[in-house]
Ligand binder design. Sequence first.
Ligand code: DX5
Ligand code: ZN
Length: 210
Amino acid sequence: MKETLLAPSLLSADFADLKSAVKKIEDEGGSVVHIDVMDGQFVPQITYGQPVIKSIRKLTKLPFDIHLMVEKPELMVDSFAQAGGDWITFHYESTVHIDRLISHIHSLGKKCGISIVPSTPVVALSEILPLVDLVLVMSVNPGFGGQSFIPYTLQKISQLKKIRSEKSLSFKISVDGGINEKNYAEVAEAGADILVSGSSFFSGKLKWEI
Ligand code: DX5
Ligand code: ZN
């Protein structure tokens, strides 16, 4: 478990007190701050955008993974990079010219992640796995915190781990949605390098060994 990193998701924080939320992430074992950006189109809710991220950027040196759950992410990656994203992760399902967008994110000096919703198979990523730094496997249908882990997504984690080793690739595997104190060890065991946790982390149920 030691080599698995925790990425708490700010989505479950008290938005009226993001300062304390970032402090909790630092104090309780978070290695990455996972920032869920929703546009009300790709998913039904709207969360926060570049100005909020710019403000919280001043609070910590921890890397930010910006999880873009938006339509047309190509219109926004520059401004999210500028706002303080270290990793920019967009959805395979949200745009067409994925190869171009990966190159563009790299040209901004940022790491690039690609995310897939539960119904998108791993094979859809076969051409681009050599190009990305991170694959974010959604283990719930994106859009809301506090949902239940979808069990069939576990095999996608193991598939990715197998492909990575067979092809000597180096992308990280991050898993997002429904991870809690009961299932996190199994998800890590399946091959996750990074576990995203929103509700379980902020409710205090998921405690990370520091
Ligand atoms: C869901 C988001 C997740 C979410 C995870 O659309 O991408 O990052 O915050 O929250 P929990 O851990 O509560 O499922
Ligand atoms: Zn997320």
